[in-house]
Design a protein around this ligand. Sequence first.
Ligand code: SAM
Length: 323
Amino acid sequence: MMTASGVAGGLVDRFVMVAPTTAEPISLGMRTNDDDWTITSGVGRTALLVALGRALESRRSDALIDDPFAEKFVAAAGEPDLLPDAIGESARDNPAMARMLDFLVDMMAARTLRIDEAVVDANTERCRQVVILASGLDARAARLPWAPGTAVFEVDQPAVVAFKDTVLAAEGAASTSTRVGCDLRDDWLTALREEGLSETEPTIWLAEGLLPYLRGADQQRLLSTISSSAPVGSVLVFDTAPAGTELSGFDTDATVDFGVDVADLLFESSEFDAQTCLTDQGWQVTGDSIADILAAHGRGDDRDDAPTAMARAVCLSTAYRAR
Ligand SMILES: C[S@@+](CC[C@H](N)C(=O)[O-])C[C@H]1O[C@@H](n2cnc3c(N)ncnc32)[C@H](O)[C@@H]1O
C-alpha cells in the first residue's frame, strides 16, 4: 500500500498521451486561470480519451470493467479517427501509439475498477450522497447499483455537462444524477448547495483525473472546500502522480496521435501534496499504485519502459474522514 507520502501531486491522464524519449523537457504554462473547453478541445478532450480507454477495456474478453456508455460517448463526439476500431488500426502501424493505448486501457481498467469498488462499499455501508467532481464522461451515476435514496451530483465545465446530457438523453438513459455545469476553480460549492447538497450527510467524493489539471493553489482550495463540507464518515477518492517536471523524459509529440498537445494542458509544476494536505485536515489516506492494482488482477507488467514506470508511480488514493 502506498501511504499519504507515497507520491507528490501530479498528473495522470495527461501522461497517457506521451511516449518515452530523450526529448527536451516539456514547456508548461499554456493554460490560463479562466480557460474553458468543450468535449473535444483542451482539458475536455481528456474526458473523451479516458472514455475511449474504458470503451476499449470493456471490449476485452478478460475486461475488469464494463462501461456500456463509454463507446457511446466516443461515438457521439464526431471524430471518426477516435473510434475504438479506427484508433486500434492507427496504432497497428505506430508502436509508440500502441504502447500508449495499452497504458491508457490498463490505467482506466484499474482506476475504474478500484473506484467502483470503493464507491459501492461506502454507498452500501453508510453514504447516501455522492459528489463526482470533474465528472467528464464518467457513467457511474447510470452504471452502479445505488442504494435506495442515494443522491448523485456531478460537476464539470458547462460544455462537458451539456455534451453528456445530450448523449445520455439520446441513449434514453434514466436521469440518475444532478449535473452542474461549473468551473471547479470557481464557487462550485454554492452551486451544489443550490441543487440540494447536504453538508451533514456522510458523502462519497470523487476527484478522478482532476487534480493534475489544477494549479497547486486550486488543488488546495478544492480539497479544503471538500473538507469543510464532508462530515465524519465521508470518503474521498482521487488520483495523483509525479509532478510535471518529472515528465521531462517523455515525448509530448506522441500526444498529437490522440489529437491533443499535452504540454498545453499543464500548469507549471507545484510542490502541493494532496495526501499530506488531506491528512492534515483529518482524513486517513491510503492508496495503491495503478501497477499494484493491475498486478492484483493478473495484469502485472514488468516491461522496462516509461508507461510501466508511470503505472508504478500513479497513485489511486482513498481518504476516509475520521475526525
Ligand atoms: C481526464 S478527465 C476525467 C473525467 C472523469 N473524472 C473520468 O475519469 O472519466 C478530466 C476532467 O476534468 C474536468 N476538469 C478539469 N479541470 C476542471 C475545472 N477547473 N472545472 C471543471 N472541470 C474540470 C475536465 O472537463 C474533464 O472532464
